[in-house]
Design a protein around this ligand. Structure first.
Ligand code: DQA
Length: 145
């Protein structure tokens, strides 16, 4: 059975109450429940991790090296700042899909650059909580995963 890890970075534990005009009113718990249901329908195992700390996210990638078939990663603000996360993705050779609820390219200029995109398998943004669903479907419908 294929295994997928969903990782969320800083402030995403506050989804549902955090700037709902930008990120929507669905909590991370609800998003994860919806992903769990979709994973089951697609015959895959899924696990979840959230941290507000950069090093913990790096550790999580290391711990899953060779152990999952794909990773869905919303690194939040670390997307735009973290060389360490980029290096961890490259080092672990995990198939990572970068996701964002908002369309980062339609927002402030500092959100237009991602350190992670060049080492990711794909990028999905702008579809609200469904960005995660599309990433899951993208990974599982891709024959390589
Ligand atoms: C985000 C976009 C980032 O720029 C921001 O720092 C976040 C959330 C998104 O999902 O739209 O925390 O990753």
């Amino acid at each position: 059975m294929r295994r997928i890890l969903v990782m969320n970075g800083p402030n995403l534990n506050l989804l549902g109450v955090r700037e709902p005009g930008i990120y929507g009113d669905v909590s991370l718990e609800t998003i994860n429940a919806r992903l769990e249901r979709e994973a089951r329908a697609l015959d895959a195992q899924i696990e979840f991790y959230q941290s507000n700390h950069e090093g913990d996210l790096v550790d999580c990638l290391h711990a899953h090296m060779g152990r999952v078939d794909g990773v869905i990663l919303n690194a939040g603000a670390y997307t735009h700042t973290s060389v360490a996360l980029r290096d961890a993705i490259a080092a672990t050779k995990l198939d990572v899909v970068e996701v964002h609820l908002s369309n980062v390219h339609a927002r402030e200029e500092f959100r237009h650059h991602s350190y992670l995109s060049p080492v990711c398998k794909g990028v999905i943004c702008g579809f609200g909580w469904k960005s995660y669903l599309l990433a899951l479907q993208g990974l599982l419908l891709d024959g390589r995963c």
